[in-house]
Structures are given as structure tokens and as C-alpha cells.
Design a protein around this ligand. Structure first.
Ligand SMILES: [Fe+2]
Length: 373
């Protein structure tokens, strides 16, 4: 490694309860809370802040069309701080909604467009996965071109990212499972990225260890331990997010971005699907590089693999219990789609593919699909 750059932002605050946050940050009528109704009903009814509800515009992950409607709605409101509280979809939308611009999403996502912000921005995750409370990237689905696209907005960095243990209390198990798996993917992919540096390394290895240890506890003690481990998962996903703010993820995300858009699969579910298969290919191609550190970490937490099994086979067995996955055919992918999908990944996801541990060819990507059909 010759040169590197690592930025540290935004501020990160942690609280046990939502009411602690409201008091500490003096949340009031000049603030706009952007969230989902069930979260508002569960935690926020006492606040005097204005509200905008994601579910009034969008049922699943955000499309460019839905965010254009959100932009039209928010431009009629006056507020000093936008406080986004939710999963990755909500936090990503907030990074676009806070921009000081009259442009639509297609125009905002054009190369070189970087508006300033028009208000303060606080990002509060209610899942433990994307780490997007500490990144400036917004990922939206563009059904017109058949792919999800991510763009970093310099003004999309929050002033403060806020981790509140209590907000994990209502997380449905499948959301916990796929979002924490996405954090694990961030940690493992960025550790291997050519642009990784000593700071991202330490964040990634620690995040991966915390998540793997948590998963092992779920297997040993049952799903009830998630709440006890809330701070650990929030911290791990945040650490992986800090790494992601500096170095992009790689091939697992590239393949998942396209697959998620083609079959309407939530982001964390899609990245979890492809993690073990991509890492098996990496391990087959170059077992002696940094991936050996990850193999050692997996063995350190989970023990020795079975005879003839790679550490990533053991990882797949762990994930199969904690974050069960379907076959690609169960989502509607057909064997005849394999080469078209591989072409599309290479065509639309170069931004991510350049961060691969070793290059993945069209044939490599096709082979990954075939393993999972
Ligand atoms: Fe991700």
C-alpha cells in the first residue's frame, strides 16, 4: 500500500433510549422527522417535530419515481433539521431530500451534480446493516434502466449519526438477519478491496468479528439474544459503514445490485445471497492474500471447518441457519438468464467491480450464478 485517504465524519452519538436523544438534541417544531408510521407510533408520538412518512410514497425500496414525489412534498415544508429515522432506504432518501436544489432525481444523479444542503441532517438507523448513517451514498432503484444505482453526494454526509439501542426493539427477525448480513458483507468486501487501508482494515475486522460472534450466540442461545446484543450490532454495522464511507464495496454488491433490481429483492437479502459464493471464488483464485486473514477469523470464531470444507463453506452453513437464503430459481431467475445477467453486471456496476479482491470475469460471474441456481 503506497498512499491512502481516510475521512472521519460525521459525529457519532449513542443513546440507550429515543427519549434521551430527543432531550439531548432539543428536537422541536423546527425539525422534520422523516420515518415510517410504525416507527413513529412505537417511539415518537411525544415529539413536537413535523413529520413526513416514507410509507406515504413507497411500499418497498425507493425508486426514482417515488423520490421525485417525496422531493415535491418536502419542498413545501420549512424546517431547520431533517431527522431521518429508519432503515437504509429512508436514510438514503434523506440524503437526496435534504439537497438545496429544484432538480429531479434523474438530474441529481447525473455525473458532477453536487448541490449544497438546505438544512441540518441527522441520520438514525433502526436496522443494523447498511451503515449508511455514516456514508454519503444514496442507492435508488431506476426501474427504467433495470438496475439500482448508487451516488455519493458530498452534502449527504450527516451532521450527526445517532445510534439508539431501543430502536432495535421492534426489528422483525428477517430484517435483523438480512441487514446484519449486509454489514458483514461490507466488512468482508472492504477488507479485501485494493484501496483498503489500515483504518478500514481495523474497522472491518472488528465489525466482522462482532457479527460472527453474535451469530454464533444466536445459534447457541436462540434469537432472543439479539436485543441483549443490540449495541454490538449497531456498533458493528456503523464501523463497517465508516469503512464504506471511505472505500466502496465490491463484487458481492455489484452482483446483488443487479439481482435485487431484476427480482425486487431487498438489498441485505441480495448481498447475503451472493457472499459465500463470491468469496469461495476469491479463495480458489488467491487463497494466500488478505483473504487468509478472513479465513483465520472465521476459524477463530467458529472453529475448524469439516474435512474438505473451506472456511467459506463453514460461513455458508452459519448463514444458512441465521440468515436462510433461497435458490436463485426461487426468485424467478432461469438458467438461460445467467450470461445476460453477468453482462449486465459488468455493464452497469464498474463502480463496484473495481474494488474486487481479484478481477471477476463474465465467466466467473456466470459460474457464481450457476452455483446458486
Ligand atoms: Fe450493502
Amino acid at each position: 500500500m503506497n498512499t491512502f485517504k481516510f475521512s472521519v465524519r460525521p459525529q457519532i452519538h449513542g443513546y440507550d433510549k429515543f427519549s434521551d436523544f430527543i432531550q439531548a438534541h432539543e428536537v422541536g417544531p423546527q425539525d422534520l422527522i422523516f420515518t415510517q408510521r410504525f416507527l413513529y407510533d412505537s417511539f415518537m408520538q411525544e415529539t413536537t417535530a413535523q413529520t413526513l412518512f416514507y410509507d406515504d410514497f413507497c411500499g418497498g425500496e425507493p425508486t426514482d419515481i417515488a423520490v421525485d414525489e417525496m422531493l415535491a412534498a418536502i419542498r413545501g415544508l420549512g424546517f431547520n433539521r431533517l431527522i431521518a429515522i429508519g432503515g437504509g432506504s429512508i436514510l438514503d432518501c434523506a440524503k437526496v431530500l435534504v439537497l438545496d436544489s429544484q432538480q429531479n432525481v434523474a438530474e441529481l444523479f447525473a455525473p458532477g451534480v453536487q448541490p449544497e444542503r438546505k438544512a441540518g441532517l441527522l441520520l438514525i438507523p433502526t436496522t443494523c446493516g447498511t451503515g449508511c448513517e455514516v456514508t454519503c451514498v444514496a442507492v435508488l432503484d431506476f426501474p427504467g434502466i433495470g438496475s439500482k444505482i448508487g451516488k455519493g453526494f458530498e452534502a449527504g454526509f450527516a451532521d450527526t449519526a445517532i445510534l439508539i439501542d431501543e430502536l432495535l426493539a421492534t426489528i422483525p427477525y428477517p430484517v435483523f438477519a438480512t441487514s446484519s448480513a449486509d454489514a458483514l458483507v461490507h466488512a468482508l468486501e472492504i477488507y479485501l478491496a485494493p484501496r483498503a487501508n489500515p483504518y478500514t482494515d481495523i474497522l472491518c475486522i472488528n465489525a466482522a468479528r462482532l457479527i460472527l460472534q453474535g451469530y454464533k450466540r444466536i445459534i447457541e442461545h436462540g434469537r432472543g439474544v439479539i436485543q441483549q446484543d443490540a449495541k454490538s450490532y449497531l456498533t458493528a454495522s456503523n464501523m463497517a459503514g465508516m469503512a464504506l464511507a471511505n472505500v466502496l464495496a465490491g463484487g458481492v454488491h455489484a452482483i446483488a445490485m443487479h439481482f435485487g433490481s431484476a427480482h425486487h429483492v431487498p438489498h441485505g437479502e441480495a448481498t447475503r445471497l451472493f457472499l459465500p459464493a463470491v468469496f469461495e471464488v476469491y479463495f480458489e483464485k488467491q487463497a494466500g492474500g488478505k483473504i487468509a486473514d478472513i479465513a483465520a477469523l472465521i476459524e477463530d470464531v467458529l472453529g475448524k471447518p469439516a474435512q474438505g470444507e473451506s472456511p467459506f463453506g463453514m460461513l455458508e452453513r452459519l448463514l444458512a441457519e441465521v440468515v436462510p437464503a433461497k435458490r436463485l430459481t426461487e426468485y424467478g431467475m432461469k438458467p438461460g438468464d445467467v450470461h445476460d445477467y453477468a453482462d449486465k453486471v459488468i455493464e452497469t456496476q464498474q463502480r463496484l467491480l473495481v474494488n474486487n479482491y481479484v478481477p471477476l470475469s463474465n465467466l466467473d460471474i456466470a459460474g457464481i450464478y450457476n452455483r446458486l441456481m
